[in-house]
Design a protein around this ligand. Structure first.
Ligand SMILES: Cc1cc2nc3c(=O)[nH]c(=O)nc-3n(C[C@H](O)[C@H](O)[C@H](O)COP(=O)(O)OP(=O)(O)OC[C@H]3O[C@@H](n4cnc5c(N)ncnc54)[C@H](O)[C@@H]3O)c2cc1C
Length: 324
């Protein structure tokens, strides 16, 4: 029978930070991640000052700074007929050196955390390992059942504590005593990329058009674009020709309006426009005997202000301090 002290389900920001901190404290910890790598497009890439300071405290500032990234200091909105950009948020006046949001591909951040954690002898990361259910004994969670997604083999891992860091589709959410509470949310988000040109504005630019509220995040040579659509409208709205959507997106973006058709490579198929089904919910209780839930597993966040990663990381820090 396999055994560990702490079994972490899911190697996202919450799971990897928790794994690293517990391992550094000498706790035996095994992180089970169902995917074979951390590569996901359009996940939370916004690393806020609180997380930057944490990485610095952990001695990872230099390695983090070497990752491909863009720094966002301000939020701008177009105002008036000609859409002149007006700065509505400027965090460059925050005290300290981390007065920006770093836009870093989430997989690079997770790779960095995994590399660092693997230096600790008490840390184990098992990729391609999907947790399928919890082991229960007399009302207590005593570990997990898992399936190796490559070989198809199954197994059981016993643990003193299991921490669900498996995101908003968490297995823990079906446990009735944790009581998932959902909040109404009027929107979903379409994510896609457009090429960015040097003459474009910098930072995070919000826009309000006839049909879409939009946000564009400066990623260097491309814009990570978000169009807010009414909740549940995805299927019906995808029936329109893609170019029609791009044209109406550009309508909300005065400085790009003339040229969206000239920007290459622009999306050619609806497959390149990803849907984020926005959910806001949280568990009434984040724990039960043998089990703790943190990050999106405990509270799925609105994408507004890009706080999801950072709150997941804060949960992990708070949990690790208590548990270690
Ligand atoms: C499309 C999209 C865009 C987003 N944009 C932003 C943004 O711009 N800024 C921001 O801050 N936040 C954003 N978020 C939210 C942000 O990604 C999350 O809040 C954050 O990643 C939560 O971290 P987590 O570790 O709790 O969960 P997750 O990042 O969801 O990680 C969960 C991990 O668990 C693994 N897993 C799931 N089930 C199992 C299982 N049964 N067994 C083993 N492993 C499992 C998953 O593969 C995943 O790696 C976005 C989310 C999505 C979906």
């Amino acid at each position: 029978m396999e055994r560990t002290t702490c079994c972490v389900v899911g190697g996202g920001p919450a799971g990897m930070v928790l794994g690293l901190l517990l391992a550094r404290a000498g706790v035996e910890v095994t992180v089970l991640e169902k995917h074979g790598d951390f590569l996901r497009d359009f996940r939370g890439d916004t690393v806020h000052p609180s997380t930057l300071r944490l990485l610095d405290d952990l001695g990872l500032a230099e390695r983090f700074a070497a990752l491909p990234q863009r720094h966002v200091h301000s939020v701008q909105l177009p105002i008036g007929r000609d859409g002149d950009l007006f700065t509505v948020g400027d965090i460059s006046s925050l005290p300290g050196k981390y007065n920006y949001v770093a836009m870093v591909p989430q997989w690079d951040l997770l790779d960095l955390l995994a590399d660092e954690a693997k230096r600790e002898p008490t840390f184990q990361l098992r990729m391609n390992t999907e947790v399928t259910s919890f082991l229960m004994e007399r009302g207590r969670v005593t570990g997990v059942r898992y399936r190796d997604r490559v070989s198809g083999s199954t197994g059981e891992l016993r643990a003193t504590l299991t921490v669900a860091c498996d995101g908003r589709g968490s297995l823990a959410r079906v446990l009735p005593e944790l009581g998932l509470r959902e909040f109404p949310c009027p929107m979903d988000v379409w994510w896609f990329r457009l090429p960015r040109e040097e003459r474009d504005p910098r930072g995070l630019v919000g826009n309000a058009g006839e049909r879409y509220l939009t946000a564009m995040i400066d990623r260097g040579d491309y814009w990570q674009c978000a169009a807010l659509i009414p909740k549940g409208a995805d299927d019906a709205w995808r029936a329109q020709p893609l170019d029609q959507f791009l044209a109406s997106f550009a309508e909300a973006t005065p400085w790009i309006r003339q040229g969206v058709a000239d920007r290459e490579p622009r999306p050619r198929s609806w497959d390149e426009v990803k849907l984020l089904d926005v959910r806001m919910d949280r568990l009434r209780r984040w724990h039960r005997p043998g089990l703790l839930c943190i990050g999106d597993a405990a509270h799925a966040m609105s994408p507004v202000f890009g706080i999801g990663i950072n709150l997941a990381v804060e949960d992990a820090v708070a949990a690790a301090r208590h548990l270690a």
